[in-house]
Design a protein around this ligand. Structure first.
Ligand code: ATP
Length: 281
């Protein structure tokens, strides 16, 4: 049996179950222990997360905000199974992530979670085509099928880069590189997309394009959790979580969702719609 057989909730596409959280965090704590370097006598413990409990539902669009150092990236890294909590429970579907081996965690990452980073994190030696396919080569046999190639092209076209398949990242603008990263995040048809300051390096027009793409992805049912410093970016989300000193201090509908009924705020609108073209108009 593989770990995937234990994912009953994961068998339901976002929007079909509604009531069940896709992610449950309970009293999550994360401490970083800094060594005794520099002549210090005692190790320093940084309490990056200090008891975070929160649920995320399929189809949600959530912004995590807070001052620098408040724990946003730490939380996103835990959500993305890139790191483990020091204590507390993280249920992804019905799986207790803390109980999984490193191999199982990487299997979950590559199958269920798409990542978009501020610095795009593309491999410079790889073409657009190869970068988009990267998550596929981390799973299974490492071989890419004809079907995968077709899907790669489809995604590249979706983000408006179908004619750039053989380009390398340094031949693309920042916005185009982030679009490659979005296509890469989708290649495994993930349930959750985690975006860490995805527009942080982009000018405002290009940021708008990227945010419009995320919006359309959410409308097709993808759960999106993004970290941002910027209020206007957070306003694209339906729900805004604010952190301070490793704790959640507020968790509320975004301004644009205020006045909407809870079921509209909590769950993605239009879930289950066929994938819309994501390329900027
Ligand atoms: N690998 C690490 N080792 C030690 N301390 C760390 C590590 N990563 C983060 N921290 C500390 O944990 C706390 C939370 O950091 P985190 O990066 O999660 O904050 P953030 O809210 O994402 O900040 P920013 O907006 O500046 O990216 C900070 O005090 C940070 O210095």
């Amino acid at each position: 049996m593989t770990v995937m057989d234990d994912f009953p909730l994961m068998d339901e596409r976002p929007g079909t179950s509604g009531a069940q959280p896709i992610v449950r965090l309970r009293d999550i704590r994360k401490q970083y222990v800094m060594g005794k370097a520099g002549g210090r006598h005692e190790a320093i413990v940084v309490h990056a997360l200090r008891g975070v409990s929160v649920d995320f539902y399929p189809g949600e669009y959530v912004a995590i905000m807070g001052a620098s150092g408040s724990g946003k990236s730490t939380m996103l890294n835990l959500l993305g199974c890139l790191d483990r909590p020091t204590s507390g429970q993280y249920l992804l579907g019905d799986q207790d992530v803390a109980q999984l081996t490193d191999d199982e965690l990487s299997e979950i990452r590559s199958r269920y979670i798409g990542f978009i980073f501020q610095a795009y994190n593309l491999i410079q030696q790889y073409t657009v085509h190869e970068n988009i396919q990267l998550p596929l080569t981390y799973q299974g046999s490492g071989k890419v099928s004809e079907e995968d190639d077709a899907r790669t092209l489809e995604l590249a076209e979706m983000v408006g880069l179908g004619d750039r398949m053989d380009h390398r990242p340094n031949q693309l603008s920042g916005g185009q590189q982030q679009r490659v990263a979005i296509a890469r995040s989708l290649v495994n048809d993930p349930y959750i997309i985690l975006a860490d300051e995805a527009t942080g390096n982009l000018d405002s027009a290009t940021s708008d394009e990227i945010m419009a793409m995320l919006e359309r992805l959410n409308q097709t049912g993808k759960t999106i959790i993004m970290v941002t410093h910027e209020d206007d970016i957070a306003e694209h989300a339906r729900r805004v979580i604010r952190m301070r000193d490793g704790q959640i201090i507020t968790d509320a509908p975004s301004e644009r969702m205020k006045g909407e009924p809870p079921e509209v705020v909590g769950l993605g609108l239009g879930t289950g719609l066929p994938g819309a073209a994501l390329a900027p108009a």
